[in-house]
Design a protein around this ligand. Sequence first.
Ligand code: SF4
Ligand code: MG
Length: 280
Amino acid sequence: MADTTTTTTPALKARDYNSDIKPIWCPGCGDFSVLLSISKAFAELELRPENIAVISGIGCSSRIPAYTDCYGFHGVHGRALALGTGLKVARPDLTVLVAGGDGDGFSIGGNHFLHACRRNVDLTYLVMDNRVYGMTKGQPSPTTEADWDSALAPGGTGVRPFHPLVIALASGANLVARGFSGDPNGTARLIVEAIQHPGFSFVEVLSPCITFRPDQREWRKEVHAAAVEETDDAARAARRIMTDDGFNTGILYRGTRPAFDTSVPAAPADVADLEREFVL
Ligand code: SF4
Ligand code: MG
């Protein structure tokens, strides 16, 4: 007799995406809110945890895969995008979220960042940007202001900061957005949009490091929703991003490039046949 019973999968709430591991971030760290935003986004999209992979490198924010109940990989420094790209190409059915910090993503992983934007594989890259290396005690990172005075860089580095959104845009990212950890619902909405948009989506989330950058408590007063509509015109988006105050939040560019085609052509049946083609 045919089985006529039906099974329904109960809808998951944001907390269902969290693991039992308690985050060891400093009390007040912005990354707590970003974790909440990620969970809210997964719940809103009704994704199953077994269909999600959260991939990271090294740093405070890169601990995030351990705090979710999805598949995850805590990789080596600066290599999160290489891991995430490889995974998405091999398993295009998974939702791949690559997450980490500004030091991991823009210094050690800077080259991977450029080429991940260019390849436009369908994944989301979320960078919790606090303009400092938090885990290793407060060294200036690529996004640190040139005049930020600290014990490790007295008087500041004097080096112009890296502009991740413009670089993402110039390198070919298909969606560019900026959020703020103090607005978990707004950031969750950006993550939803980023996951749904085809191709490589880059979301920078301003996420204060209250331990080494207590000045970033002021970000709450400075952050504001972008006053302009999102655009698919890269030149217009570049002009806006280059000339804004760095605290505009929202989707700043939504491109139309098709995502990298992950369908792999059939491999040769016999590697020996391939080798023979190269015999001199
Ligand atoms: Fe967060 Fe900074 Fe503490 Fe790291 S050092 S957990 S970034 S507040
Ligand atoms: Mg950082």
